[in-house]
Design a binder for this molecule. Sequence first.
Ligand code: SF4
Length: 260
Amino acid sequence: MRTRLIKLFAMLSILKILYHQGKQFIPNVRTAQVPGIFRGRPVISTNQVNETELVDLCPMNAISSNPVSIDLGKCSFCGECALKFPEKITFTTDYKISTNERERLIVKEGDDFAIEVNPATVRSEIRKIFGKSLKLRQVSAGGDNSCEWELNAANNVQFDMSRFGIEFVASPRHADGIAITGPITQNMAKALEIAYNATPDPKIIVLVGTDAISGGIFADSPALDRSFLENHTVDLYIPGNPAHPLTIINGLIDLTRKTK
Ligand code: SF4
């Protein structure tokens, strides 16, 4: 009798924990809401401001003038521009900012529309072959472990990217493509090329984070060798510094499958 009571209390205790925790995964990663402090796609108003001052304050050289625009491939999402010029720049919580076209990452004043993958320019074999299963080999090419950490988070119990058949594998020989993080240092340039060449065709290239897309804050460093990107076609740009798991997952889904 005593043993039964102990088991009953143990079970009730577990049920209590499960009740308090609720669902541990995000049921719908396409519509999930993120906290208001998150900085996603910016919106630039047509209000007149001192554009020289605005351009000069950006530590990443991501802002251009006439018309004012922000290049999300360079932006670190530090928020400084929105803090100093709130009447000109605001950041929405829109995390769906991945695209297959580099120029779509440039948000101009007056723009307030989604940044999307353009299905017309996605290589036809990508959706045909990787529409239900995509295995990626991650290559940290001088990364600072921030985007790498978020890629890891994309596969944790909360974001659960593997439910869409998208996973990371240990060997490029078992992969359908590579996901590159970091600004691509000289020391990693050859290793990146080797990993890419070891991946069987057809394969994709995904750039994850500001550093990978533009070199980020290291863009002018002589320690970089970004020639890999001159020799190969990039299939997906996932901006962020670091990229958010929801940006990563939605970008990969939009690239590989037809969605509404
Ligand atoms: S949020 Fe982006 S555009 Fe604005 S100041 Fe920071 S790096 Fe520059």
